[in-house]
Design a binder for this molecule. Structure first.
Ligand SMILES: Nc1ncnc2c1ncn2[C@@H]1O[C@H](COP(=O)(O)OP(=O)(O)O)[C@@H](O)[C@H]1O
Ligand SMILES: [Mg+2]
Length: 251
């Protein structure tokens, strides 16, 4: 569903060039829940921003359902981001002036979809995530976990090819964290969603099918979940420890 091929990206400041992603290649299959883990500064956010083409890269290709989106014009890109990608951010990015229900509807309003169909779909997703009771509330009136489940619901509205999530549990306590992960798992199970999640949290990553480990802008390795979730989490914790960082993002 999503393929990244030989992606390289550097930032420059003055006449200095800092390579951040070095020949990164990876694939995420349809219906897969994949995490990217790595120490702070390893290039996780940069990778997500390159995949969504929010920032340009120097080398490599980004394929979404086998279509190369690396060189699209801004207008086509906006359409791809609205219809084929769903986004979930650490700080929720909900619109404070809209209700939870209206926030969830937003991607379909932008895509100019028929209202009846849109409301039906939003209600179904709210039901699936157990947030129908807060539909009429505003973001300031709900908990962090509820905000993030709202963001996941919104990301699903246009049935995107892939959901891109950057540290979605980063601002949440452990109970809310699990509620958000459950929303992803439900989206995968009930809607066949494909999820690509960047996280420094071994607990969150241990629910994934596969974890790609990033170090200094390179793919260091890949771990496929085997055994119980608890065992997988221990493997992830060990790996992150070996990398010489706790993977904690404090920025
Ligand atoms: N806009 C930018 N300009 C210059 N350097 C940046 C920019 N964004 C990130 N970097 C640098 O690129 C590296 C990777 O950052 P980032 O992708 O945010 O890592 P992560 O999300 O894994 O913590 C870091 O060294 C960071 O300082
Ligand atoms: Mg980051």
């Amino acid at each position: 569903m999503l393929k990244v091929k030989h992606l390289s990206k550097s930032y420059s400041s003055g006449d200095q060039i800092y390579p951040v992603l070095k020949d990164v290649s990876l694939e995420v299959g349809k219906g897969e829940f994949v995490a990217v883990m790595g120490p702070s500064g390893s290039g996780k956010t940069t990778l997500l921003n390159c995949i969504s083409c929010f920032i340009p890269h120097e080398e490599g290709r980004i394929l979404l359902a086998d279509r190369d989106i690396s060189h699209l014009k801004e207008k086509q890109l906006s359409k791809v981001r609205n219809r084929q990608m769903g986004f979930v951010f650490q700080d929720f990015m909900l619109l404070d002036g809209l209700s939870i229900f209206e926030n969830i509807c937003l991607p379909q309003i932008i895509a100019r979809r028929p209202v009846v169909q849109m409301e039906e779909k939003a209600k179904n997703i709210c039901r699936l995530f157990g947030i129908e009771k807060i539909m009429e509330k505003y973001p300031a009136e709900v908990s962090g976990g509820e905000k993030q489940r709202t963001a996941v619901a919104r990301a699903l509205m246009n049935n995107p090819y892939v959901i891109l999530a950057d540290e979605p549990t980063g601002n949440l306590d452990s109970k809310s964290c699990k509620a958000v992960i459950d929303a992803f798992l439900q989206a995968k199970k009930e809607m066949g969603a494909t999820i690509f999640m960047v996280t420094h949290d071994s607990f969150a990553a241990s629910f994934c099918d596969r974890v790609i480990v990033l170090k200094d802008g390179q793919v260091y390795g890949e771990l496929r979940r085997k055994g119980t979730r608890r065992q997988f989490m221990d493997v992830l914790l060990d790996t992150i420890r070996t990398l010489g960082g706790d993977g904690d993002d404090d920025e």
